[in-house]
Design a protein around this ligand. Structure first.
Ligand code: PAF
Length: 280
C-alpha cells in the first residue's frame, strides 16, 4: 500500500494506475476506521477498483462548539486496517496541505443542507462539500463510496456532483452495524457502557419501524413517528429530530413509499448519534 501525504504524490499514484487501465475507487474518511469503512473499501475492491482511501479530519465541517479537537485519531492503527483490507493507496494530508491558502470559495447545496443535520449543525455541509470537492479534484476517482448511515451527506454529495458535473459516480453502501445493532461510527468510542446500552434504543426503534412498514404494511408516517417517539422516550436519551422525509428533498412525507426514509438524531449523555431507515 502506498502512502501519500502530498497532493502531487497521490496524483502521481492515481495517474499511474489509470495509465495501467485501472478504474479508481475512492473512500473518503476522517480516520479512526471501523467496519463501516472496511465495508466501503470491500465494495470498491469488489467492483475491481484501484482503491484509494483518504484520512483527513476536516476542520471546516465542525462547528465552534463541536468535537474537532477531541475527534478520535490513530493513524498507525488506521494504516494497519487499510493494509489488511488490501487498499492500494492512502492519502493522509496535513491541514496545511489541504488548506494552504485562505479559502474564499464556498459550496452550498441550498435547501438540502438547511434541514435536519444542517439545522442543528449550521455550516456543516458546506464544510463537507468543500473538502469532498477538493478530494475529488485531487484524486479524480471514477467512483466514490459513501455509507447510507450519513444519509443526508450522501444525498447532498450526489446533488453537488450532479449540479457541478463532477465525473464521478457516487455509490451508496448500506449501513454497517456493530454486533449489538448500533450503527458503526468513529464517535461510538465516546459512549460509556451505560450510554451505549441506552443508545441501542435507536437501532431497536428503527428495526421496529421497518417491520411495521414491511410486515404490518403501515405506511402512515404519523403512526410510525408516534411509535418511534414512544419507544425512544422509554430510555433516558434526548431526541434531536425524528422525521419521515423524501430522500430527494428532505421535505416531510405523510406516507412511506419508495425514496423516503425516517431519519433520527439523539443524544445519549453528551454523545450525538444519527441513524435512519430508508426505502430507496
Ligand atoms: O463522512 C465522513 O467521514 C466525512 O464527512 C467525509 C465525507 C470524509 C468528509 O470529511
Amino acid at each position: 500500500m502506498e502512502i501519500a501525504e502530498k497532493k502531487e504524490h497521490i496524483r502521481k499514484i492515481v495517474r499511474r494506475a489509470r495509465f495501467e487501465g485501472k478504474t479508481i475507487g475512492f473512500v473518503p474518511t476522517m480516520g479512526y476506521l471501523h467496519k463501516g469503512h472496511v465495508h466501503l473499501i470491500e465494495r470498491s475492491r469488489e467492483d475491481g477498483c484501484f482503491t484509494v482511501v483518504s484520512i483527513f479530519v476536516n476542520p471546516l465541517q465542525f462547528g465552534p462548539s463541536e468535537d474537532f479537537e477531541r475527534y478520535p485519531r490513530n493513524v498507525e492503527r488506521d494504516i494497519e486496517i487499510l493494509k489488511e483490507a488490501s487498499v492500494d493507496a492512502v492519502f493522509i494530508p496535513s491541514n496545511e496541505e489541504m488548506y494552504h491558502v485562505q479559502h474564499l470559495t464556498e459550496i452550498n447545496v441550498l435547501k438540502l443542507s438547511e434541514k435536519l443535520e444542517g439545522a442543528i449543525r449550521p455550516g456543516h455541509f458546506k464544510g463537507v462539500c468543500i473538502v469532498v470537492a477538493k478530494l475529488f479534484n485531487i484524486i479524480q476517482p471514477d467512483r466514490a463510496y459513501f455509507g447510507w448511515k450519513d444519509a443526508q451527506q450522501l444525498i447532498i454529495i450526489k446533488k453537488m456532483v450532479a449540479d457541478l458535473d463532477f465525473p464521478v459516480e457516487i455509490v451508496p453502501v448500506p449501513t454497517v452495524r456493530d454486533e449489538d445493532g448500533l450503527a458503526s461510527s468513529s464517535r461510538n468510542i465516546y459512549l460509556s457502557s451505560e450510554e451505549r446500552k441506552k443508545a441501542l434504543i435507536l437501532s431497536k426503534t428503527l428495526h421496529k419501524l421497518k417491520e411495521m412498514v414491511e410486515l404490518d404494511k403501515i405506511s402512515d408516517t404519523k403512526i410510525l413517528i408516534a411509535e418511534a417517539k414512544k419507544m425512544i422516550s422509554s430510555e433516558n436519551v434526548v431526541i434531536q429530530y425524528i422525521e419521515a422525509v423524501s430522500l430527494e428533498t428532505f421535505e416531510p412525507v405523510s406516507r412511506i413509499e419508495k425514496n423516503t426514509g425516517i431519519l433520527v438524531a439523539i443524544k445519549a449523555g453528551d454523545v450525538r448519534l444519527i441513524d435512519n431507515v430508508i426505502w430507496d
